[in-house]
Design a protein around this ligand. Structure first.
Ligand SMILES: C[S@@+](CC[C@H](N)C(=O)[O-])C[C@H]1O[C@@H](n2cnc3c(N)ncnc32)[C@H](O)[C@@H]1O
Length: 241
């Protein structure tokens, strides 16, 4: 596996789902409720949730009355998400480095689903694809980690036991990336994966957004939509047009 492709591999394994099975869906739903109310999105809005994983935000947004399309590179996640499909909720395998066929009223990129690539041009390509996929006056909601907060609160070593698997986790910041190594023994084998997310702080993201022609309208620091503070906010949430 090349370093570049860690996301293709890890996000498709059953162990990824096990490690993160207790992910906080309440937070995700609170955020979706707050942001859709803040933007006053009419129910006719067609939202693209990219990447959607197993569809936890998409399903909730759809329950609020929105038409939702979810896209993700991981075929295993899309297979699970498809079980929730209905007339106004669809999922498909999609690589966000590729352009879309459709245009949407809003695109949501949620829960640190960006910054996986070495080359800044690939980050820009994704943002450009998203921009091209949004209708005039549509919205882009970008929910990323707050790199400065991650740095200040980094837990270098941790052990987590989930479903009888002991995950040994180490974290470090190196060469402009936030690295999380996950090692464990399961199914008679030793496994090791490293999540690599680029150290993209608010200023770097502002530069990216400017380069592709997005206008940032709001910057929030958590799912309650409090103002962003680089020292104390746990998220970096950008809303752009
Ligand atoms: C941290 S997860 C978040 C998923 C979802 N937004 C959520 O909150 O549950 C990141 C997702 O990005 C997807 N992904 C990684 N690279 C991708 C790419 N190039 N195109 C589309 N999806 C990608 C992974 O498969 C994974 O589901």
């Amino acid at each position: 596996m090349t370093q570049k492709d860690w996301f293709t591999d890890w996000f498709n394994t059953p162990y990824y789902f096990i490690l993160y099975k207790n992910r906080n869906d309440e937070d995700a739903q609170l955020f979706m409720k707050n942001i859709t109310e803040f933007l006053a999105l009419p129910k006719s809005t067609h939202i693209l949730d990219l990447p959607c994983g197993k569809g936890r935000h998409s399903v909730f947004l759809n329950s609020l009355g929105y038409k939702v399309t979810g896209g993700d590179l991981a075929a295993n996640s899309i297979k699970i998400a498809k079980e929730f499909e209905n007339d106004s909720l669809n999922f498909k395998v999609h690589d966000m480095r590729k352009p879309f066929n459709n245009k949407y009223d809003a695109v949501f990129n949620l829960f640190t689903s960006f910054g996986y690539f070495e080359d800044d041009n690939e980050d820009l390509l994704i943002l450009q694809n998203i921009k091209n996929g949004i209708k005039n006056n549509g919205y882009f909601v970008f929910d990323f980690l707050n790199a400065d907060y991650v740095k200040a609160t980094l837990v270098p070593k941790e052990t987590k036991v989930v479903d009888d698997i002991t995950f040994h986790i180490t974290r470090e910041i190196k060469d402009g990336f936030i690295l999380k190594n996950i090692s464990f023994f399961a199914d008679n084998e030793q496994h090791s994966y490293t999540e690599r997310v680029k150290y993209l702080d608010v200023n770097k993201m502002k530069t990216y957004f400017e380069k592709v022609g997005f206008t940032i309208t709001n910057i929030f620091g958590d799912y309650h939509l409090n103002d962003f503070d680089s020292q104390t906010s746990n998220r970096l949430i950008l809303v752009a047009k």
